[in-house]
Design a protein around this ligand. Structure first.
Ligand code: BGC
Length: 381
């Protein structure tokens, strides 16, 4: 991890150097749109201190969906756009609304637009592998963003250390007040989508902790498919709860699924009595922490991922061949993918102000209605 942080700093410094050495006033602009395809228009550059010389300053960014986590609607696209603008890149940011077919169409239109770098958060490895092959055939550099495409050909992978995310989830869950010090704990797991390599890594991380806890018994496990209440997360947890009505803890992979779990627990009057995990520091997740219905979330500062990815794209488009600080092994493709991995942070009641002071969340989005008093008590401004 330490190695990764240092290298991220080095990457930032290298970009700053290259920007300083080559000042020009390239036009920049980025568009963020939903499901349908649209092209970006160049707008005035907001960068300071000049931008690198690019032979091609177009970047395509493919995001996965709008309902598995609000991060794909707000955090990532906003930060990517800000960073693209400041580095003089024209970034076309599209969201596939959960459809791999849509993502493939979006990718093809970006390749036709002539992007020089394509970043992809895949919906499944198979469809992304095909997109990456098409990009490669056109000489376009691909970057796996957040999710590794197994068997793919991305030249770089920019993400968080996802096994570390899972390990933090496991370590934090065993410390939750509902279970801490108990000699016997019954828990169930609601995992992320089986199509997402991150879900596999999160599970490796939390299983590595939970399977070793004395007195902890796993009473069930299901894939939540990254679905929010409208999808499968709620019904899968209903089944898990029927099988283990006396459970003490739910190891659930992210905040939106945690909210589905909490909805079911509320129906049984069990909310707050069962330890519930999460991930993404979403507004809903933070509200559930404030009420005590969720024990913690994993906060993944977006700049550590979005800024690094855009800086990497900038370096590539200015003719450099950056050396990544780490590698992640792709077991399907049997190759080590050069990687930049940022560090996740556990957020619970004790440090809940962090995502706000970082500018990741706004008090106005979280501290609504009844939450206002809770926010004040927690020091959230
Ligand atoms: C991301 C999580 C997100 C989940 C659902 C994962 O690949 O790493 O941050 O909650 O997908 O979108």
């Amino acid at each position: 991890m330490r190695k990764a942080i240092l290298a991220i700093t080095a990457l930032g410094a290298a970009v700053a150097l290259s920007a300083a050495g080559c000042s020009s006033t390239k036009s920049s602009g980025s568009s963020t749109t939903g499901g349908s395809s649209s092209t970006s228009s160049a707008a005035g550059s907001s960068s300071t201190g000049g931008t690198p010389h690019y032979t091609n300053n177009k970047v395509g960014v493919l995001l996965p969906d709008t309902n598995s986590s609000p991060r794909w609607v707000n955090s990532d696209p906003n930060e990517l756009k800000t960073q693209c603008d400041s580095l003089g890149l024209v970034c076309d940011i599209q969201n596939a609304n959960g459809s791999a077919t849509t993502q493939t169409t979006q990718a093809q239109s970006m390749l036709n637009e002539g992007v020089g770098v394509l970043m992809i958060v895949n919906l499944d490895s198979g469809s992304a592998k095909a997109i990456e092959a098409q990009a490669q055939a056109k000489g376009v550099v691909t970057i796996d963003y957040d999710r590794l495409t197994l068997g793919g050909s991305a030249q770089y992978y920019v993400s968080f250390d996802n096994t570390a995310v899972g390990t933090l989830q496991g370590n934090a869950l065993v410390k939750c007040p509902q279970v801490a010090g108990k000699s016997a704990v019954k828990y169930v797991e609601e995992d992320g989508a089986a199509t997402d390599n991150n879900a596999t890594l999160f599970k490796q991380g939390y299983d590595g902790v939970l399977s070793k806890q004395a007195g902890w018994t796993k009473a069930g496990e299901q894939s939540g498919n990254w679905d929010n209440p409208a999808g499968t997360a709620q019904s899968t947890f209903q089944k898990l709860l029927q099988g283990a009505p006396d459970l003490n803890a739910v190891m659930v992979a992210n905040d939106e699924m945690a909210n589905a779990v909490i909805t079911v627990l509320k129906q049984q009057g069990l909310n707050g009595k069962v330890a519930v995990s999460g991930q993404d520091a979403t507004a809903t997740g933070l509200q559930n922490i404030l009420t005590g219905d969720q024990c913690f979330t994993i906060y993944k500062p977006v700049k550590g991922e979005a800024d690094v990815a855009v800086k990497l794209a900038s370096q590539i488009l200015s003719g450099q061949k950056p050396t990544a600080p780490a590698t992640v092994h792709d077991g399907t493709g049997n190759r080590d993918v050069p990687s930049y991995l940022a560090t996740p942070v556990v957020v619970d009641k004790t440090n809940i102000t962090l995502p706000f002071t970082d500018g990741y969340q706004k008090a106005s989005d979280v501290c609504t209605g009844d939450f206002a008093a809770k926010c004040t008590a927690a020091g959230i401004k």
